[in-house]
Design a protein around this ligand. Structure first.
Ligand code: LMR
Length: 392
């Protein structure tokens, strides 16, 4: 029976980890999967998380089950950062639950959408490949529109047209900040307009916030989510702590649901719990417990925010250096300077992507997406030279 299963290709993004590891060249460059790296090319555990983990090891007295919602103190401690300090539950209209990473949260969000009877989701492309994979796996019809213009700005015309074409009650998936893979975010003015359009057309926003704090700042990066939630009666927010707390493999995330009235919330939550139970039963505890301990401690919170500032500042410097290189080979690195988060796209052809791997040991996604955090003082000039050669 199992031989009925056809061979599947390895996930293209995750496969880059091994491809890079297996390359023996000392000067290879890893711009693949989305993890932050220091100027030395390391992905260390945050100091604030290390301290919280120590405290956790000393004080945790049980690992008994918590239930499908996971660590609710973690879920609630994040809410002021996501929804604002003033009334983060919006009068009891928002509640959340812990999920295994951002992917677990998205999976649950879209499964909930499906269970609510919604048949169609809309999304700008290119997008993170797993968005489409999850929709396909759930049997949700996915309609796409252009996320970005060739000039490297958000394609608001395409978004307006998609919203106009969508049927009332369709789900509309948007990246809250640090768009993956383009780094091209909506401006605050764009979000003001998007919020009104989603509300007017009665669409269900599904907002993916996986990089809060890696773009312009914790508050700044929440603008879109807060603006949309202020305008619509119902929404879902998928949140990841994997990047902004550096917890990648500990799979730390949360799902938040907002309904028009507090009374409408419990049935929604109960469905999310039932779906979680059937998927993973209960989320892994460790990462969420560490985040909670950071957020419950003023000094650790300050340390975490400081570490996040350092990461963001370093990525800004890399972006500025790339932008200063301007026109390179057949491409132009100038727009990279104004983009946000870990990623930007350099318009390589698939053949050029392969040649960059083979000829230079430079690994990035087949879409031409680079992780700017993989660039350091030591490798940025060779990278720019290789782009000149590789696209020329
Ligand atoms: C990425 O886009 O590289 C990250 O979000 C990692 C992942 O799970 O794909």
């Amino acid at each position: 029976m199992l031989t009925n299963l056809a061979q599947q290709p390895a996930d293209a993004l995750l496969a880059l980890i091994k491809l890079h590891n297996n390359d023996p060249r000392a000067d290879k460059i890893d711009l693949g999967v989305g993890v932050y790296k220091t100027g030395q090319g390391d992905t260390p555990v945050f100091g604030a998380i290390k301290a919280a983990e120590k405290k956790l090891a000393e004080t945790q007295d049980s690992k008994a089950y918590l239930g499908p919602e996971g660590d609710m103190a973690f879920v609630e401690a994040l809410m002021p950062y996501v929804f604002g300090k003033e009334d983060p539950t919006k009068g009891g209209r928002i509640e959340g639950m812990q999920t295994p990473g951002g992917t677990g949260s998205l999976r649950l969000a879209l499964a909930l959408v499906k269970k609510a009877g919604i048949k169609r989701a809309w999304m700008g492309v290119p997008s993170w490949p797993n968005h489409a994979q999850i929709c396909a796996d759930l049997g949700l019809e996915l309609k796409t529109f252009n996320h970005a213009t060739p000039e490297g700005t958000a394609d608001m015309d395409a978004l307006r047209a998609a919203i106009a074409e969508a049927d009332e009650g369709d789900a509309f998936l948007l990246h809250g900040c640090c768009h993956n893979p383009t780094g091209i975010d909506y401006s605050n003015a764009d979000w003001d307009e998007i919020a009104g359009l989603l509300a007017a057309r009665k669409l269900l926003p599904v907002l993916d916030l996986a990089y809060q704090g890696l773009g312009r700042g914790m508050e700044e990066d929440a603008y879109g989510v807060r603006r949309v939630l202020a305008a619509v009666p119902e929404a879902i927010v998928a949140y990841s702590c994997d990047k902004n707390f550096g917890l990648y493999r500990d799979r730390t995330g949360a799902l938040y649901m907002m309904t028009a009235t507090p009374e409408q919330l419990p049935p929604v939550i109960s469905n999310a719990y039932a779906l979680a139970r059937a998927n993973w039963s209960q989320p892994p505890d460790h990462g969420a417990a560490a985040v909670r301990m950071v957020l419950e401690d003023k000094a650790l919170t300050a340390q975490w925010l400081d570490e996040l500032d350092t990461m963001r500042e370093r990525m800004r410097q890399v972006r500025a250096r790339l932008a200063a290189a301007g026109k390179v080979g057949g491409g132009d690195l100038t727009p990279v300077g104004g983009q946000n988060g870990l990623f930007s796209i350099i318009p390589f052809t698939p053949e050029q992507v392969q040649a960059m791997r083979a000829d230079h040991g430079i690994y990035f996604a087949g879409s031409g997406r680079i992780n700017v955090a993989g660039l350091t003082l030591g490798n940025i000039d060779p990278f720019i030279a290789a782009v000149a050669k590789g696209t020329g």
